[in-house]
Design a protein around this ligand. Structure first.
Ligand code: NOJ
Length: 752
């Protein structure tokens, strides 16, 4: 036996050695190939590789109609196209690229943000699942579908930390926390890129928007960002670093200026941090027109200067502003941009084209049969439903949920009224950044349809729309109230239309839109038991509903299978397990609000303690729903906290154990959250920081021991010299069901 082990160890070392050399030589081969192509290219062709145009089929930004793109592709002036999708379209353009002198294949990029054909929950909703495997799987399926349609590259994941729900793009990221955000960034990159570029089901990922786009002042999209470098590194760059470490093939820079320097022309971000300190080997694409927009920023005089600044700062590809194609060759000839800058950018781009295998076969993603197979893959819908269920957050429940599928034995048949503008909604379930496919209306499952499939023969569903999503008409109220009076139970649907959160969708008022909350009040006045479903891309404000209605499920924008997933939760086939990845404010005046704030010199410790305190006189110090919050149909008990050591050196670890028991009647999952507080630091530390979590499934009555490890990494932060260090001193350890619902506490010390 021993010998077998020895031989297998020998074999393993040999195998690893061969694998190491093979991968080195493969890398070398790609670099050599890149150089041999580069060597043959004219300056103009090189600049062409750095130029990306929007296709004319669809647009996700302001379109520039300027002539014949196809002839520019033919003459080697275009390296990549965005918004060209489908095997037929991509093949047509790739065939034209093959007529160019160098025959360099085009890259096709598209915003595959939460699914391509099968639409998954919006990224913020998925983040509420705290289920990294599920999140990775959703990206994997999106990649499988999109790559089968000829796409090579998704402009995702968006890993911007977002702490201002007025900002429309909160829907696109993982919320407010750098730790959760980093793990999700990694899961999404891995999901998109699968087993690696070179496989025909891999999509290149693009971590965006580099950087700090989510901190736009006032939550107004595209707005300026001003922040300390410490905060930048600790909070906003953390998920980007995780994405780079996970091997993201590309990065996208951002529209905003950071401390006065537009990100697109920001050398510190792109050259010093990303390509320097982080050793990123992929390429950076600008955001749509952001090279040229440096003129409006007042940072450069014209497109000529814009190209100069962006290229030198490390933006490798110009999306849609035409600054590079019009000026870069001239800038090189005039000696303002060094040839090495262009060569380096083109090398990065060509390397990815080689890695994708496009030089071997430019049409390897253009397989009609594969496209057809993936177009209607039922397994993808099944997985979508699973992930959608996990994304739902139970905000309130007085016991009315879950609903019984049949009425109680011997009792009368019952009526359930489904009321509100989302009851029969279809495309509003998909949310922003999703595509309209011709047969969507039959594919997308509405709440109404989902519920119909669940109910027994003795239950009838009644319907009234009541009002529109965002207007002032009360015309439907009377009917809604009449329907409610005939019902035994009311499911109210409310929320935001599909295009109310997303790019350029910042809003100063994030209350439930239109007259929806008035409708809820009017129907509630019938005295019938009521459950409210809120469908949205961002945290909304609905205080009256939250304070009065017995049960609320936050259902976000859940994607194609939304109605089935919601019905699964309503009828108890799935016990909700989502936890909020972002704080929900009480009013817009409380924004920005996030859990890992500093204590200040005058902390308020309760709502009765607000004078001379860091608090508003007219508002609670607490959010409406805090980060990490979410209920279950069952209950969990936290007990038996033990730390293996109370004092450690920074080379040592603490083994933290505790017991989690399902004390309720249903099987359920709990997200056990571990927070730390560094009591005294050379820079002030937050009141608590999420440092670990586990999602645990338990049967009723079942208990499990849970283990966490505390090591130096978890105790470290950026000091004022931007060094990542752990300082000796005392730490509080808190374990709980949310950032406020702390169930177990202890402390330990880091010693020299
Ligand atoms: C602008 C958006 O900011 C970016 O996220 C997106 O990828 C591009 N447009 C391309 O659609």
């Amino acid at each position: 036996m021993k010998q077998v082990k020895h031989i297998s160890r020998l074999f393993l070392s040999f195998f690893l050695l061969v694998a190491f050399h093979t991968s080195r030589s493969q890398r070398k081969t790609i670099d050599q190939k890149v150089d041999s192509v580069l060597h043959l290219m004219t300056l103009e062709e090189k600049v062409g590789q750095m130029n990306q145009y929007n296709g004319d089929w669809d647009a996700t930004g302001p379109i520039t109609k300027d002539g014949d793109k196809q002839s520019q592709i033919r003459s080697g002036m275009v390296g990549s196209m965005l918004n060209v999708t489908g095997v037929d379209h991509t093949r047509t353009l790739q065939e034209i690229a093959m007529q160019s002198r160098m025959k360099i294949p085009l890259l096709f990029g598209q915003d595959i943000i939460h699914g391509y054909r099968t639409i998954f929950p919006v990224p913020l909703a998925e983040a509420a699942s705290w289920d990294l495997d599920a999140i990775q799987l959703s990206a994997r399926i999106a990649a499988t579908e999109a790559s089968a349609a000829g796409v090579h590259w998704t402009f995702a994941p968006m890993v911007d930390i977002a702490r201002d729900p007025r900002w429309g793009r909160v829907m696109e990221g993982a919320g407010e926390d750098p730790y959760l955000g980093s793990l999700i960034a990694r899961a999404r990159v891995k999901g998109f890129q699968g087993n690696g570029l070179g496989n025909t089901d891999a999509l290149m990922a693009c971590a965006k928007h580099f950087a700090a786009y989510g901190a736009a002042v006032g939550g107004r999209d595209y707005n300026s960002v001003d922040m300390s470098l410490r905060q930048l590194h600790e909070i906003y760059l953390a998920p980007f670093k995780a994405a780079a470490e996970a091997g993201a093939a590309t990065f996208m820079n951002s529209f905003n200026d950071l401390n006065g320097i537009p990100a697109t022309g920001n050398k510190y971000l792109q050259r010093d941090i990303l390509k320097g300190a982080w050793k990123f080997k992929g390429f950076v694409v600008s955001d749509w027109g952001s090279v040229g927009e440096m003129i409006q920023h007042g940072f450069v005089k014209d497109n000529y200067e814009a190209a100069l600044v962006a290229a030198n700062a490390g933006s490798d590809m110009d999306m849609e502003s035409r600054s590079y194609i019009q000026n870069l060759a001239k800038l090189v000839k005039e000696g303002k941009v060094k040839m090495e800058v262009v060569d380096e950018a083109v090398r990065r781009i060509l390397r990815k084209k080689f890695e994708l295998g496009l030089f071997d076969d430019p049409f390897r993603f253009c397989n009609k049969e594969r496209e057809r197979q993936q177009w209607n893959n039922p397994e993808h819908l099944r997985m979508e439903r699973e992930i959608a269920k996990k994304s739902i957050v139970l905000l309130k429940n007085n016991g009315i949920l879950p609903i019984r599928k049949q009425s109680a034995k011997g009792s009368e048949p019952r009526n359930i009224a489904v009321i509100g503008p989302f009851a029969k909604a279809k495309s509003d379930n998909l949310g922003f950044w999703s595509y309209d496919w011709p047969d969507d209306s039959t594919r997308i499952v509405s709440v109404w349809e989902g519920m119909q499939k669940k109910i027994g023969a003795d239950t009838r569903l009644l319907y009234a729309r009541g009002c529109n999503i965002n207007d002032t008409s009360h015309a439907g109220f009377t009917e809604a109230v009449a329907v409610a009076k005939n019902a035994d139970l009311i499911i109210m649907t409310a929320g935001e239309a599909r295009d109310m959160s997303g790019e350029a969708k910042s809003r100063s008022n994030i209350h439930l839109p239109g007259v929806q909350e008035e409708l809820i009040k009017a129907v509630y006045a019938t005295g019938k038991p009521m459950i409210v479903l809120v469908s949205a891309g961002r945290p909304l404000i609905f205080n009256w509903t939250a304070d009065n209605v017995p049960a609320i499920l936050y259902t976000w924008w859940l994607g194609t299978e939304a109605g089935d997933a919601i019905a699964d939760v309503l009828f108890g086939d799935y016990n909700p397990s989502g936890k909020l990845p972002i704080s929900f404010p009480r009013t817009e005046g409380q924004i920005p609000i996030y859990y890992d704030h500093f204590n200040t010199g005058r902390p308020a410790t309760s709502d009765s303690d607000r004078f001379y305190r860091s608090a508003y006189l007219d508002l609670s110090i607490y959010p409406k729903y805090e980060f990490g919050y979410g209920l279950s149909y069952t209950t969990f008990q936290y007990s038996d906290l033990r730390l293996s050591k109370k004092k450690i050196k920074d080379t040592e670890k603490i083994d933290v154990t505790m017991k989690l028991t399902n004390t309720g009647k249903y099987e359920g999952e709990e997200v056990v959250q571990l927070y730390l507080r560094d009591k005294v630091g050379s820079v002030v530390r937050p009141v608590k920081e999420l440092k670990d979590f586990q999602k645990i499934k338990l049967q009723p009555g079942e208990a499990k021991a849970i283990h966490f490890i505390i090591d130096k990494q978890k105790l470290s932060f950026y000091n004022d010299k931007l060094q990542w260090i752990a300082e000796p001193g005392e730490f509080d350890l808190m374990i709980g069901a949310s950032s406020e619902d702390i169930r177990l506490k202890d402390s330990f010390e880091l010693v020299k």
